[in-house]
Design a protein around this ligand. Structure first.
Ligand SMILES: NC(=O)c1ccc[n+]([C@@H]2O[C@H](COP(=O)([O-])OP(=O)(O)OC[C@H]3O[C@@H](n4cnc5c(N)ncnc54)[C@H](OP(=O)(O)O)[C@@H]3O)[C@@H](O)[C@H]2O)c1
Length: 334
């Protein structure tokens, strides 16, 4: 599997990260270990988990699995969501993070985390405090690189400016939902990441399973992640089952049929060659992972890439359209 640099760091990670969100939840420990083995045997080295996944069980499964060869992988985890009652059981304050990191280290059975990510922008903690705490953790050697997740574009830039004031680089990556049906990051977050030199780690590359072809228009699903999702979740059927999303799915299906690939492989491949983007592949079973790993080693033609991009193109909103128009007028082109 190819490797790329994480942001502007010297750290090389595989082009696919393996997501561990299903571990200990939909996937048993045995199935999770089979997936980890397959991923590492296939040349992968980048594992993404979080303290909150299965309330710590995902980290425990990964930690047990990695005994004896932990040095060979890049281990990413996250903190922010609630793990305990009270004001320090969640969030990105100094007290909460210093405790959360110790708990993750214990569950992961390691003395350092390669990439420690703030799971969501914390509205109740000054970003100066969060960045300062991350720097302390790096100085202590408990964390090697820091990342964010579920931030807006201005929040990414604000974090980087805050870090720069005290003389360090700040985040190496931003982990965001990004797929052919969820492209909101293209307005602000992806341009901010490219400008600031962060990798964008794309979670939900299959829209939680929608971009596999197993859900059909007009048929209320009874099985799968989307069938189980509650209304407030990103993968809820009401958010997924839109006319636009089914049009995107039809375009992927057409491309997949012509090149004899699976729908999932085409959907992931579209992300794989986007500048600065590293998809996090999730799976419930080894069979699904096998399918998804087939997204590497080939690329879409320019025409296929364009066809898919157009199928789910975003509304051209103000001020983006104005800036583009005005610059064309002033500087020419287009
Ligand atoms: N930072 C964040 O806030 C955040 C949020 C979510 C995820 N993540 C990370 O990103 C990773 C991937 O996200 P995701 O799980 O949402 O990714 P996804 O690829 O969009 O969805 C994965 C789910 O789709 C189904 N699926 C996957 N491959 C399939 C295939 N080939 N055929 C049929 N069904 C298939 C499985 O669910 P069923 O079989 O149950 O339908 C699987 O659990 C996670 O493991 C986690 O590390 C981060």
């Amino acid at each position: 599997m190819r490797c790329v640099h994480l942001g502007q760091t010297g750290l090389q990670v595989s082009v696919f990260s393996l997501g561990a969100m299903t571990f200990g939840r939909e996937s048993s420990e045995e199935e999770s270990r089979r997936m980890l083995t397959r991923y590492l045997d296939g040349g992968g080295n980048f594992i993404d988990t979080a303290n909150v996944y299965s309330t710590g069980v995902s980290e425990e499964i990964v930690g047990r699995f990695l005994q004896g060869f932990r040095e060979k992988v890049v281990l990413a985890t996250k903190a922010f969501f609630r793990m305990e009652e009270g004001p320090y059981g969640a969030g990105a304050s100094r007290k909460a993070l210093l405790r959360a990191v110790e708990e993750s280290l214990r569950r992961l059975r390691t003395d350092y985390i390669d990439l420690y990510q703030i799971h969501c922008w914390d509205l109740s903690t000054p970003i100066e405090e969060t960045m300062d705490t991350l720097r302390t953790l790096i100085e202590q050697g408990k964390v090697r690189y820091a990342g964010c997740s579920n931030f807006t574009g201005w929040q990414v830039v604000q974090s980087q400016r805050t870090a720069a004031f005290s003389g360090w680089k700040g985040f190496a990556s931003a982990q965001m939902q990004y797929s052919l049906i969820e492209r909101g990051v293209e307005y602000e977050v992806l341009p901010a990441c490219l400008d600031e030199g962060l990798s964008l780690l794309a979670w939900g590359p299959l829209g939680g399973g929608f971009l596999t072809g197993k859900y059909r228009s007009g048929e209320q699903p009874t099985e799968g992640r989307i069938a189980r999702a509650t209304e407030e979740q990103e993968e809820s059927w009401s958010k997924r089952a839109t006319k636009r999303n089914f049009a995107v799915l039809a375009a992927i299906e057409e491309v997949a049929k012509n090149r004899e690939s699976s729908i999932s492989q085409v959907a992931i491949n579209w992300l794989l060659y986007r500048e600065g983007v590293i998809p996090i592949v999730g799976a419930r079973t080894l069979e699904q992972l096998e399918d998804n790993l087939g997204a590497e080693g080939w690329s879409l033609t320019d025409a296929e890439f364009e066809r898919l991009s157009q199928a789910g193109s975003m509304e051209n909103l103000y001020p983006y359209r104005f800036i583009e128009w005005a610059n064309k007028k002033v500087w020419g082109g287009g």
